[in-house]
Design a binder for this molecule. Sequence first.
Ligand code: ZN
Length: 382
Amino acid sequence: MYACGVLSELNTVLDKLSAAEPTALADGQSIESLHRCLARLEAVATRSTAAFDASREWESDGARSAAAWLAATCHLPQAGARRCVRLGRVLRHLPLVEEAWLSGDIGAAQVSALAGARTPSAEEAMSRDEEMLVGFARRFRFSAFARALTYWRHYADPDGTEKEAGDQREGRRLHMSQGFDGTWLGDFVLDPITGAIVHKALSRIEDELFEADWAEARSRLGDSAGVGDLARTPAQRRADALAEMARRAGTAPADGRRPEALFTVLVGYETLAGRICELADGTVVSPGSLVEWLDEAWVERVVFNGASRVIDVGVATRLFTGATRRAVEVRDRQCFHETCELPAERCQIDHVQPWAAGGPTVAANGRPACAFHNRNRHRRRR
Ligand SMILES: [Zn+2]
């Protein structure tokens, strides 16, 4: 028996859903709807948990806190139970967030991010801007929303943001040690900029190795080759890429001129798009964290004409290179495909109207396409 009759109705509905064939709900619309229902239910559960927390009813069971009661009774991990109670408490101060969650427009991930951004020094600004932020959460895919929220935090709590960036930088570490059997083990934590530098170099080599593996699989199996036929797993390829990075480091003189930028940071065009200060992969960084890199920075200026048009250079070439390539990279930032967020720096620049059909090699006819989506234009691979 449930204290509230609605719960028993819900369980009847859930029984029906559980009894349905999975294939009966396997279309896109049903999947979207199920995920909305999941979000709504989680919102209700979190809100009720907060009320339960406030009522102190958990005390009668001798529990130390509502989270401890929740962890024991619902078999939740401690951290999950604490997160639920904390989220419920913050929700009381964020009525519009609560409303959007209850309607299924946003999910727990967005709510957690919003609750996390409501630091003591940002409380007032959050109350003022709640409607705008919930609008972002509703409209944008998660990564774009998280980016917008980070920019908002930079405005609302500049000191806190810089302090956090300083802590991230201070917290960098790397351990590498040899085990008893001679193998090497390691782990590391890197601040956003250092991480982007390492990740960029490693991913580039990984991509090369992937292309080599792919070519090898194709030569062995022809057109039927799939990702499962590649000689190395992604983890093995990454390990080999690290060794290759070491080999290349050994070949280049330490004081040699850097062949290309270690990392790219986009700044400026405030007047067009608001403040921009982020790495090429979209990670927002605080202005202060760039200071120590400035003495070796190269400045590259990309001038946009209107909302997203770039003055073009050179049309007689088939491949997007140099400034034209850069213009497309900076404008579009990631693979053109709506389900893909691979940074443009790791993409090929593809002709929207194919070169063979007379499409010019100008920024307006270019778009970043990852290897997968570039190939996929012609055939499906998996
Ligand atoms: Zn893609």
